[in-house]
Design a binder for this molecule. Sequence first.
Ligand code: BGC
Length: 739
Amino acid sequence: MNKFFSLSLLLSASIVTHVHAQRKTIEQRVDSVMKLMTLTEKIGQLNQYSGREVTGPASDRKNYLLNDIKNGMVGSMLNVKGVKDTREIQAIALQSRLKIPLLFSLDVIHGYKTVFPIPLAESASWDLSIIRRTAEVAAEESAASGIHWTFAPMVDIARDPRWGRVMEGAGEDTYLGSQIAKARVLGFQGDKLGGVDRIMACAKHFAAYGSSMAGRDYNPVDISKQQLHEIYLPPFKAAADAGVATFMNSFNTLNGIPATGNAYLQRDILKKQWNYQGFVVSDWASIKEMTPWGFAKNLNEAAEKAIIAGSDMDMESEAYKKELEKLVASGKVDVKYIDEAVKRILYKKFELGLFDNPYKFSDEKREKKVMNDPKYKDVARAAAQGSIVLLKNNNAILPLNKSLKNIALIGPLVNAKRDQAGSWVVYADTTNIVSVYEGVKQKVKNAKLNYTEGTSITDTVTSGFANAVNAAKNADAVVMVLGENWDMSGEAKSRTDISLPGKQEELFKAVKATGKPVIVVLMAGRPLVFDSISAQADAIVYAWFLGDQGGNAIADVLFGDYNPSGKLPISFPRNVGQIPIFYNFYNTGRPVTKPTDIRYKSAYIDAPNDPQYAFGHGLSYTTFTYSDLKLSNTNPQKNETVKVSFTLTNTGKVAGEEVAQLYIQDTFASVVRPVKELKGFEKVKLKPGESKQITFELSPEKLSFYHEEKGWITEAGEFKVMVGTASNDIKLKSSFELK
Ligand code: BGC
């Protein structure tokens, strides 16, 4: 054994010992508190309430909530924020007999004071370091504002753009989603809980919420065990492995059992198989909702089913508060379930250091300093730039020349501020958001900007079209900014029609009819359908909702100060009828091999099978070539890792970033396998003419799949290896035979 190796072994052994020792001390401290607690006080720790009523204007609920806090009947509050309020409420909790501090939680989803791109947008960057960085900043700001815990990241795989919450996740792919889950958890939490600039993360919604039937929010989920394990669970496992402090369960049923009352999910998989040590919070009133589901007769039975199934904390159902004591008295609930839940929660309070200093996160000076730190603007701009996806760029119409004299800016989102923040903004001052108009103005100070809305987002009239057409006729360049408004996506914002709302597509056609080339910037919280724009626009920039620096980042892309590098994390359908549509589908027994011959093939007679824009697609202002694919072994054993290497070269004239993607296909197996599965990616920046050798590792784990009876297995046989620039644009191919 060489010196370095033995030293690193020793070091890792001592880290493990240290972690164990630390766990033991915290466990001892938890036990010592538990010994002092009455059953009522234990149950108190399991309740979480929203603080809107407590800190806002007086409400009926205010008094009794404050009393509950004083009596030690509340373990955590959500929606209380700011040093002043968190201090005030914590002080009330410290009047309780055992003085157990509260946990303050909030939905810090894509930034706190600084608004970053919505999570789906940021996922389009495929840039794990910027994704981690924005979560870090969100943690820094919210922690300085008294928050201990965010309900993020949402790691639900979502393959249905009708579902409004698609904006909150990382898109359709399990591998990409797992990497992003890890990056976000590490960003929020750091390597270890307890720092004053980090907060606890929460992997939600456990599980399979993204598969809500027909894309309608809160709907049932019916999927095979194989789908559950292969597609939906891995990002949760990745979050757990990254040390995520908490999990949140979900509103949906999973194959007939509400997730909140689902022992298979919460006990068998999460707490036993994964040996997860954090705690599970219910989703908002999801315990109570097991009654309308028809799974629990009343609140009493709902509480019983939830605690037995492993839901540790009750958000806003009042089920545990009202029913658990009775359930223990009647013998229906063993007190061991309550003890276990309380221990998990107290453990986190100790880990955060709240028993040592309950006001640790509530420091006014820090709040002032952190909240106005100008360096966060740069993070927001970099994140926004990287999130933009250039879908189309005919005749290299983009980037625009900065010496243009007369630019028409047309559309309802040209001046949008609030919309660019997207859903889930909990604190920010959205008037600070840079609009596209402002971004462009800043970039080309001497150009005349002719701005006209043309139509509003949801208008049904066309009276503004004439102005728009005139502006276009007189311009050197025409940029249209169209899309959804911010609250057309997000929770409870499912749509059956995901085309551009109102008359926007007609406005586009009217402007295009002038004969001028038209550049379209689209903003939305989901993939939209925009047929005529896809067919006729000269360039399409997909800008999602990019947060504070959106307008600057868009202007950077339009005028070439930033070379677009985003790639779609989700497929864009041609029409709603294709949904669900995703790149890693099964071949079927009757695949379409020639698009001109679809008779008795798995096809539609009125539209192609493939999406409008494929997963992984995104253009650049430069060109890249892929060459020289090599496999380290073409006949590996099942326990061996295969290295896949190739050369990427920037063959264009400007510097740029490429997201190189590795896909595999297990060609024959005892369970049919998808035509392609993403197993590696790297975002690489190259100067013109520069090359880089890239190596991906295909570990045995990446070659395995879930078998309903046998669990995760790997089977011998051929694996195809594909390297490319998008799921539908493979540049290099090879294969190996697993022994
Ligand atoms: C959402 C969760 C969120 C919670 C608290 C629920 O409606 O589903 O994602 O964390 O509310 O705001």
